[in-house]
Design a protein around this ligand. Structure first.
Ligand code: MG
Length: 496
């Protein structure tokens, strides 16, 4: 007879096997699926997600969790396994099936409407969909329950345990530090040569770029026998198991640097997925703990490593071996000027690492107002534009450059944006902790000694899965609670 814990693990593994199949269908849709496969693909995905929802919400699983949890001889990791499974199942059981399918269907249609509206710069075509999604998400928040604000129920889906009232002071502190800092950096660089993001180097075939990008992944410790790199319109990471992690990047023949930062970003996510404990695959003990911790891993490699002088002192000569004459005359200074230009801009995903977080502050303010009832959907376009003016000193002249720019709200991802900034903050805090223990990171980066960094991250963060809460895990890894000072210090030191 298997023990209760063994039965629970087995049931969890079956659920994860379905999720992995779902993930693979999604990955294929973004990378290889022929356009005409879309309709039947949606059918397959809907069928799988129905089976998953039924299994996840079954009374049998709920009873098994209860029985297993009532045993007195569980280890700490087993207790965490029960706690996290209970959390997932409890959430799923609170959402009526009709609401779940309404969210999925409306979300998919709304996302399509958003894509068209954005392309045509036609906000009025999207606003009715946005209204529907916000209504559905308000209902979802009511079903999930909350103590202080409905927005908390949504935040909790991406960053378990987080609340608007704890995120708000962190973001305000950051805003108050970043606004004058960005101004000082822009003033300091005015008149110097580095005031435009001119592209460095000539055109390079995508095939050649792919080989170089794979080289960078290999060097940072990403196992290409346990993962792969493809291309897609929007780069992402899909981890099916620690032995099968799919990354995508986005190539531009005319700008070889574009792909590199997407690759390093997704590579950071990929190292986390490969570093989860294989022996616990299929259980929450082998899942990433939260989006902010995930994002801390990607930002660390993309920004702290990839945008450093040390990195380009090492990799520009290697890039020249791969790319030949296309990089004739390109210097480390040229590359750094392109990848570290600080300048307020309208589009979040193209923002530099200083002003980026002000874009998040705006989205957080609007989301919080939407779900507290202080802002109606119809007021979003104006609130967006005046918020941009206040935070970044620039005003969008079109909705496509304004509130229509991000996909998130169209498909129901409310409460997701703050995890990007928390990821940036955690990344800086993690780097400071690493430096205290192993000395200068730049020395390691210049020497290509990435394996010590990867092992540190694996030991302190990756291998725990969801054993601890995100806040506890980061406290254990860095010795303190989330502290924006590390990030502000990093920027100040780097840019001034
Ligand atoms: Mg990311």
């Amino acid at each position: 007879m298997p023990t209760l814990v063994q039965s629970l693990r087995q049931t969890s593994r079956e659920l994860q096997a379905l999720r992995a199949a779902e993930g693979l269908l999604g990955w294929d849709q973004e990378t290889h699926m022929p356009p005409k496969g879309g309709v039947t693909r949606a059918e397959s995905q809907a069928a799988l997600s129905t089976v998953l929802h039924q299994r996840l919400t079954s009374d049998k699983l709920w009873a098994l969790i209860g029985e297993t949890g009532s045993q007195s001889d569980l280890s700490d990791r087993e207790k965490a396994l029960v706690r996290e499974l209970r959390r997932d199942v409890e959430k799923a059981r609170k959402i009526p099936e009709a609401l779940a399918s309404d969210l999925a269907r409306t979300g998919s249609l709304s996302q399509q409407a958003w894509a068209k509206a954005r392309e045509r710069n036609a906000p009025s075509e999207f606003l009715p969909w946005l209204e529907k999604m916000v209504q559905l998400k308000r209902r979802e928040a009511e079903c999930l329950g909350y103590v202080e604000s409905p927005y908390d129920a949504l935040l909790d889906q991406f960053e378990p345990g987080s609340k608007a009232s704890t995120i708000k002071p962190v973001l305000e502190k950051l805003r108050d530090g970043l606004t004058p800092l960005a101004r000082r950096i822009v003033d300091a660089s005015a008149g110097s040569a580095t005031t435009s993001r001119s592209q460095q180097g000539g055109s390079i075939p995508i095939d050649v770029q792919r080989r170089f990008n794979e080289r960078l992944l290999h060097d940072m410790g990403f196992d290409l026998e346990a993962g792969r790199l493809d291309s897609s319109a929007h780069p992402f990471t899909q981890g099916l198991s620690p032995g099968d992690v799919r990354l995508t990047t986005r190539y531009r023949e005319e700008d070889w640097l574009t792909a590199i930062f997407s690759t390093l970003h997704e590579g950071g996510h990929g190292l986390y997925e490969q570093g989860l404990p294989d022996e616990d695959w299929g259980t929450p003990l082998a899942e990433a703990v939260s989006l902010s911790v995930h994002e801390s891993q990607s930002r660390l490699w993309e920004n702290r490593v990839g945008r450093s002088r040390a990195y380009w002192e090492r990799y520009l000569p290697i890039a020249k071996e791969y790319f030949g004459a296309a990089l004739d005359g390109v210097t480390v200074e040229d590359v750094l000027a392109q990848v570290n230009l600080v300048k307020p801009s309208l589009i979040r995903v193209e923002a530099d690492e200083v002003t980026y977080n002000l874009h998040i502050v705006l989205r957080f303010q609007l989301e919080e107002a939407l779900f507290s009832g202080a802002l109606e959907v119809a007021g979003i376009p104006d609130a967006w534009n005046s918020g941009m003016e206040k935070l970044l000193g620039i005003r969008p002249t079109s909705a496509a450059e304004g509130f229509l720019q991000d996909v998130h709200w169209s498909c129901g991802l409310y409460g997701y944006f703050p995890t990007y900034t928390m990821g940036n903050l955690y990344a800086a805090q993690v780097c400071a902790a690493m430096e205290r223990e192993m000395g200068s990171l730049d020395v390691k980066i210049r020497a290509g000694e990435f394996s010590v960094m990867r092992e540190w991250l694996r030991n302190k963060i990756h291998r725990f899965g969801r054993e601890f809460s995100a806040a506890d895990l980061m406290h254990r890894a860095t010795g303190e609670d989330l502290n924006p000072e590390y990030f502000l210090n990093y920027l100040e030191k780097k840019y001034l």
